[in-house]
Ligand binder design. Structure first.
Ligand code: GTP
Ligand code: MG
Length: 210
């Protein structure tokens, strides 16, 4: 293959290590590597996306997770010892008590706003579902703090070819983002993996195969 894609830097994943947890917005960040955060509602496909991105099939780093209502934590994973992939907690389907929602927002927003917090965010939205109030709130918050943001439109393999472009356009319009901020993604076909890795490489300013 020739052309644009092969000319672009590829981030080769060599190592992924759990680095630590943030339980409070002003808690201790596990180290000084640059961070990129991942968020999305429960069941959006976040663990699958992270495992696909990092090519973890046997040793899964991001577990199929948490009972809603359980303590929500922010987990840091060191990738190639050059950056932290930061897994933000999401909400389940169930209606969440106000106090818990406030706590969750405080933790996530407090972390995102920190000067020593993430350089950018990947927010996941399910391609087969309309965005939720929490998606809108999150994207508005990110825009407000001028956080570089990529939206991964997950489970894109589930769409028929005929639905694909319509769904992508509708999501761009609903979420008020540009096409170059969106990456259609599938953990089944790995569609979007290289594009997302390239976007992260650019965001973090890391060089190829470092
Ligand atoms: P929680 O951590 O439980 O909130 O969910 P999550 O966002 O981490 O989602 P997870 O990766 O566990 O996936 C949820 C369900 O969606 C599982 O049944 C996955 O197999 C399925 N799934 C995830 N990604 C894809 C995808 O790209 N394509 C298809 N077809 N199914 C997917
Ligand atoms: Mg998960």
């Amino acid at each position: 293959m020739s052309g644009e894609i092969s000319d672009r830097a590829q981030l080769i994943i060599k190592s992924v290590e759990y680095a630590g947890t943030l339980a409070k917005p002003d808690g201790h960040i596990p180290g000084t590597l640059p961070q990129v955060a991942f968020s999305g509602r429960s069941n959006v496909g976040k663990s699958s996306l992270i495992n696909t991105l990092l090519r973890r099939t046997r040793k899964r780093i991001a577990h199929v997770s948490a009972t809603p209502g359980k303590t929500q934590l922010i987990n840091f994973f060191s990738v190639n010892d050059i950056f932290y992939l930061v897994d933000l907690p999401g909400f389940g389907y169930a209606r969440v008590p106000k106090a818990l929602k406030a706590e969750w927002r405080g933790l996530i927003e407090g972390y995102l706003e920190r000067p020593d917090g993430p350089l950018g965010m990947v927010h996941l939205v399910d391609s087969r579902r309309p965005p939720t109030e929490q998606d809108y709130e999150m994207l508005e918050f990110l825009a407000g703090i001028e956080m570089p943001t990529i939206v991964a439109l997950t489970k894109i393999d589930k769409l028929k070819a005929s639905e694909r472009e319509k769904t992508i356009s509708a999501a761009l319009q609903d979420l008020k983002i540009d096409r170059d901020q969106m990456v259609p993604f599938s953990s089944v076909t790995s569609e979007g993996r290289d594009e997302l890795l390239n976007a992260l490489t650019e965001l973090l300013g890391v060089s190829a195969a470092e």
